[in-house]
Write a protein that binds this ligand. Structure first.
Ligand SMILES: [Zn+2]
Ligand SMILES: [Zn+2]
Length: 431
């Protein structure tokens, strides 16, 4: 069977096994049916049979839908400090307050109970516990290439410009890695800002889509998400540690059984707080993603952010493609380049590969996302919903534009990390 395709060329088709409609055959991406969604998500994991799991999925679905409706009505650009966000802060501060109290009691026992034997011992134990539970400052990662302003002045200037457009300031450091992602964070006692840029994503974007990506990431600073994430995130890790410390001993002796019983109340409390804190922050972090998309639209234009959303859909394809390049180079099967030079032009080949993904495949990925719905524990809303909210919003023009000269200058600044990371991908990704 064949029909005439978009460009007037004959497209081979098969008929859909579900509804009989003509379905274009595609050797690269597999066939699927746009009439009945047959094979739209061939890799989908079927939901488990558990009732609890099914309930969690239904709840996640409902909360996701509610949040989307809420975001549609509230078109403001700043995060609302609602009850769940307030509750998250109260729990987090209580957790940190408890750690602080342990430290204070520990010091008092050591200092004031010096004449006794037991009090300094207990005091020291409490102090050690408090030290173990303390909130920690993140460090710069030891992977990837760390760039400072003098290493890439044009890139930093672009970041400054986008930051100003979303209402914040730039970053202290940029860390370039090979993955298909990007994120922002802080490091050190002085809480300096760091932007992580994965070339797997950066290299498949147009200059304006890169502005959109920067707008989204810097939008997280502008909206204060990280400060929020910091207090709550460290409390989450303290609580996880509590749950671990208080976990009951397996196959206990008589005394351990007594200890297990005594610990059941604090254990239940720590576990309950962990579940609650996790639940109330999930919504805030999903809302933060929608708001960061809004900030990105204001900086880079609605069109650029919509295009960025489509690129985010193919991030899995990027990983597969990089692994394929690595395997080809190491086995020598199907490659035209020798192993030593396979890294050359890697990023260009990746960009060309992604650019050749047809619109029909993006449509399939959007539908697959819609079928999968809200995952239960994701900090990000599904990409197709983010895209929908961006498209439905006001059609904003770009406030920051990148001309060809700037794009070329930034590419030149990144030449060194690009080469180095291309070698890393070829060497490591096959494993
Ligand atoms: Zn069909
Ligand atoms: Zn984000």
């Amino acid at each position: 069977m064949s029909t005439v395709g978009e460009h007037g060329t004959a497209v081979r088709t098969q008929s859909c096994p579900e509804c009989g409609e003509a379905v274009p055959m595609d050797a690269r991406f597999g066939a699927w049916c746009d009439a009945c969604d047959w094979n739209v998500d061939s890799a989908a994991t079927k939901p488990g049979p558990g009732r609890i799991e099914a309930l969690r999925r239904r709840l996640a679905q409902r909360h996701g839908q509610e949040l989307l409706e809420e975001m549609r009505e509230d078109t403001g650009a700043r995060p609302r400090r609602d009850t769940s966000s307030l509750l998250a802060h109260i729990i987090a501060l209580a957790v940190h307050g408890f750690t602080l109290a342990l430290a204070v009691v520990g010091v008092l026992l050591v200092v004031l109970g010096w004449s006794t034997v037991s009090q300094p011992v207990v005091g020291t134990l409490l102090l050690l516990l408090a030290i173990g539970l303390r909130p920690r400052f993140a460090k710069l990662p030891d992977y990837g290439t760390v760039l400072h302003r003098p290493d890439a002045p044009r890139l930093f200037a672009l970041i400054d410009e986008v930051a100003a457009a979303v209402g914040t300031t730039g970053v202290h450091t940029v860390v370039i890695g090979p993955q298909a992602n990007a994120s922002v964070g802080t490091f050190g006692v002085r809480q300096r800002r760091v932007l992580h840029l994965g070339l797997g994503l950066w290299e498949i974007l147009t200059p304006q889509e890169r502005v959109a990506l920067l707008g989204h990431e810097l939008g997280h600073y502008a909206n204060g998400d990280l400060r929020h994430a910091k207090i709550v995130g460290t409390a989450l890790s303290s609580l996880s540690l509590w749950c671990y410390v208080l976990a009951p001993t397996r196959s206990p002796s008589f005394l351990e059984r007594v200890a297990n019983a005594l610990m059941s109340v604090p254990r239940g409390l720590a576990h309950g707080l962990l579940v609650l804190l996790d639940h109330v922050t999930l919504r805030a972090s999903q809302r933060a993603e929608y708001l960061a998309d809004r900030a990105a639209s204001a900086a880079a234009s609605t069109t650029a952010v919509t295009a960025l959303m489509d690129r985010l859909l193919v991030c899995d394809t990027v990983d597969t493609e990089l692994r394929r390049e690595s395997v080809t180079a190491q086995t020598g099967i199907g490659g035209t380049k020798s192993r030593g030079e396979a890294w050359q032009g890697l990023w260009e080949r990746l960009a060309a590969h992604i650019a050749s993904v047809p619109e029909r495949e993006f449509e399939r990925l959007r539908r697959a996302g819609a079928l999968r719905g809200h995952s239960v524990d994701s900090t990000h809303p599904p990409t197709h919903l983010r895209r929908r909210l961006v498209v439905e919003g006001e059609d904003l023009p770009a406030r920051v534009r990148v001309d060809d000269l700037t794009a070329a200058a930034i590419a030149a600044e990144l030449a060194d990390p690009r080469n180095r990371l291309a070698r890393t991908v070829i060497r490591d990704y096959a494993g």
